[in-house]
Design a protein around this ligand. Sequence first.
Ligand SMILES: Nc1ccn([C@@H]2O[C@H](COP(=O)(O)OP(=O)(O)OP(=O)(O)O)[C@@H](O)[C@H]2O)c(=O)n1
Ligand SMILES: [Mg+2]
Length: 404
Amino acid sequence: MKPPFQQALGIIRQLNRHGYEAYFVGGAVRDLLLGRPIGDVDIATSALPDEVMAIFPKTIDVGSKHGTVVVVHEGTAYEVTTFRTDGDYEDHRRPESVTFVRSLEEDLKRRDFTMNAIAMDEHGTIIDPFGGQEAIEKRLIRTVGEADARFREDALRMMRAVRFVSQLGFSLAIDTKKAIIANAPLLAHISVERMTMEMEKLLAGPFAAEALPLLAETGLSTYLPGLAEKGEWLRRAAAYRWPWLAAREERWALLCHALGVKESRPFLRAWKLPNKVIDEAGAILATLAAVPEPAAWTNEQLFLAGLKRALSVEVVRAALTGKPYEPQHDELRRRFAALPIKTKGELAVNGKVVIDWIGKPAGPWVKETLDAIWRAVVNGEVENEKERIYAWLMERSRTQEKNC
Ligand SMILES: Nc1ccn([C@@H]2O[C@H](COP(=O)(O)OP(=O)(O)OP(=O)(O)O)[C@@H](O)[C@H]2O)c(=O)n1
Ligand SMILES: [Mg+2]
């Protein structure tokens, strides 16, 4: 058996030895069949949470009420979840209570999509009662059983469907798509945080250009933060090279640009993103506007942006225009390396030195003077050396006096 299943096999065997059924389930089995990199390995079992905790020496009760116990096995944590059907759904979010069942098939039946409802036993045998493998072969995202019911249970599944389109390049099965269109308003019951997690996976997928217009086509965008009026823009977002982007800040910046968002801050705040992401995406957009083409970077702009952000700006521009970003990146790296200083901290003088030289009490003039100094250094007008800067500063005040 392949890693990482091999490492978790001991848990399945141990449960089997105690007379319980146990299988690998969910995304890991799907990704194994797809030949994709495998994420977290999840295990489903007929053993009740207490029974699981009694068998394994190291367990963490992360939600035994919902059936989930974390088993720490050879240093790795695995979620082991008792076969269950979800109880009553309130507000179309995941349920308050669950009912434990003793059959695998009942457990698989409550899952979202057929490709996610496949199990694998300790011998690597696939158990696929709902045609998940067939859906994978046909590259289709199809709900297990009645689509309306699956989306009413947890409305976030509709976002998951479109996110899988972006990650896998699959299509939505006709009935599944129809049900999303019909149930899209239920998304209003879902917390922004959960929507944002799906949106970030969607934006990072290799097929984001196909998934974004689908948000508009299905009507989901009507219920997403700041996207209600952006249907036409989302359709046009298909033209951009989303997979070229490497960081979440770049993706959110491109989304703002692609949607014609005038003020990125309130838009990104509505998605409840961390301030660091909001700030960086805003800074990328501001610099993109200030530097209208790759050849237009001044030394000062490059210094202020720093190399990392400058590269982000060019990759976002490239994603918008479709022109390759490598030549711009090479040029920016070369120019940044040639800057005499990379940060203001590297300046040979500081505020205290300048106050000593000029002999005036501290005030806004200190920052103004330091700004003039780093600009002169970055532009090659003066060497980053104390005496040279002193001479340059004296010369500057002479000319300034003359001009007054
Ligand atoms: N709203 C949801 C979320 C999850 N699941 C089920 O729980 C499994 C694990 O959920 P999760 O890890 O959230 O998703 P994955 O499908 O594993 O996707 P990823 O690769 O992003 O983890 C899914 O495969 C699916 O069977 C579900 O039925 N409904
Ligand atoms: Mg998973």
